[in-house]
Design a binder for this molecule. Structure first.
Ligand SMILES: Nc1ncnc2c1ncn2[C@@H]1O[C@@H]2COP(=O)(O)O[C@H]2[C@H]1O
Length: 408
């Protein structure tokens, strides 16, 4: 995706747009980007740990300077990251057409506020010298992980999607608390005036009981009070089970949806599938699974039996053939020859850099080419050209002829 040229008023658009181009197409820049994200995550974890430990007086006495150093480092890193986001947000997603509006959009977005809160309060406290309050702020940078943790984002999305059902649970819970609190208040307010003499006191008992926590600081003493409490305890189980079930179902759905979106996005990068209709793509997606291999990892060895073929969605592999070495990159596929001709692997495939793949199992491959003749033709043509290129064509044809002979 090429960045859209910016209008007047944006800061140095060429440099910024050039950066995006680099990040999208240059593997080195991509890997620097991933390292930077790892650095930010490391700083977040370090910062939160330092803040927690700083609240222990003995540790703070001994390592106070170290904790303060970590806090200063994280304030600097988070502030720089915030400034970089503020600068780049206008070039990368020119949603509004005005750089200022894009930047304000970021500043007031949920993630923008989280990014700011990760360093601003700590910076103010550091500047004013009231270090004791720092520990309480330690949790703020933790929320930055939402940006970097897809699982956390999915969980929040699940809660958001089910907000109405969850609000319903809260309303039922409030109703139950009020009902049980007023019952126990009516039954025991004269027996235990110090503990259940007011409705708010009885509500505390009801919340602790319905939450199935049972601190034991307030307990019913009359037989009727105990009888009512039995119902409160049983109702408590249902109260807890309901939101747990709602959130876990929604979370599972959200993860499935995310995988679907990721695979769809990866599939769109493979030209072989570009002419397919949406329903055909959805069909294929069910058969594919995503896999990432690291630089130097050997995926396929010459002479091995074959169980799948692969589509490269990002990255590069090197194929060592008897006569030559070839490299394949984004949008191409490999591993089809052994599946088509039912032979052993014709070459050894190694990741030349970190590579993202879609894997299609042999059984699904055969079902797919039987169902989609144009796709089958294309794969056959590519395989034939590759075999001719490697000088293995005669061998493969011989193997196939032999097999057909024995099949008959
Ligand atoms: N000349 C070539 N050019 C590009 N890719 C090749 C060439 N020869 C073999 N391959 C790929 O390397 C793969 C090794 O495993 P397969 O034999 O299953 O399938 C092979 C092809 O996908």
């Amino acid at each position: 995706m090429r960045p859209v040229p910016r209008g007047r008023g944006s800061a140095d658009p060429n440099l910024r747009d050039r950066l995006y181009e680099l990040l999208e197409h240059d593997p080195l820049a991509y890997s620097i980007g991933s390292r930077f994200i790892q650095l930010i995550i490391g700083v977040i974890v370090l910062n939160v740990a330092a803040m927690i430990l700083a609240s222990v007086p003995e540790l703070d006495d001994r390592y106070g300077t170290l904790f303060a150093g970590i806090t200063i480092l994280s304030v600097i890193v988070f502030a720089l990251e915030y400034a970089a986001r503020l600068w780049t947000v206008a070039g990368h997603t020119p949603r509004t057409g005005s750089a200022l509006a894009d930047r304000l959009g970021y500043v007031f977005s949920a993630l923008g506020v989280i990014d700011l809160m990760a360093f601003l309060p700590a910076a103010i406290v550091l500047a004013t010298g009231r270090h004791a309050t720092l520990a309480a702020l330690g949790v703020l940078p933790f929320f930055k992980l939402i940006r970097y943790s897809p699982a956390m984002r999915s969980l929040l999305a699940a809660v958001h999607a089910e907000r109405r059902a969850l609000i319903g649970c809260v309303v039922i819970l409030i109703g139950a608390v009020l009902t049980f609190a007023s019952l126990l208040y009516a039954i025991e307010r004269e027996v235990q005036p110090d503990k259940l003499g007011t409705i708010p006191q009885a509500m505390w008992w009801a919340i602790v009981t319905l939450g199935t926590v049972g601190y034991g600081d307030v307990v019913p003493v009359t037989p009727l009070g105990k009888f009512i409490s039995t119902f409160a305890i049983i109702a408590g189980f249902a109260m807890i089970a309901l939101p747990v079930a709602i959130i876990s179902t929604a979370f599972a759905e959200e993860l499935k949806r995310r995988d679907f979106v990721v695979t769809w996005g990866m599939l769109a990068r493979v030209p072989l599938f570009s002419h397919l209709s949406a329903s055909e793509i959805a069909d294929i997606m069910r058969l594919l699974r995503a896999r990432t291999i690291e630089q130097g990892e050997v995926l396929v060895r010459r002479g091995d039996a074959a169980s799948s073929m692969y589509f490269i969605t990002a990255g590069e592999v090197e194929i060592a053939l008897p006569s030559q070495h070839v490299r394949l990159t984004d949008g191409t596929f490999f591993g089809e020859i052994a599946l088509l001709h039912k032979t052993k692997r014709s070459g050894t495939v190694t990741a030349a850099r970190k590579t993202r793949l879609l894997v299609l199992d042999a059984q699904d491959f055969h079902a797919l080419i039987a169902r989609m003749p144009t796709l089958a033709d294309h794969v056959h043509t590519v395989a034939k050209a590759r075999l001719a290129d490697s000088g293995d064509l005669a061998a493969a044809e011989l193997a196939q002829a032999e097999r057909e002979g024995t099949d008959r």
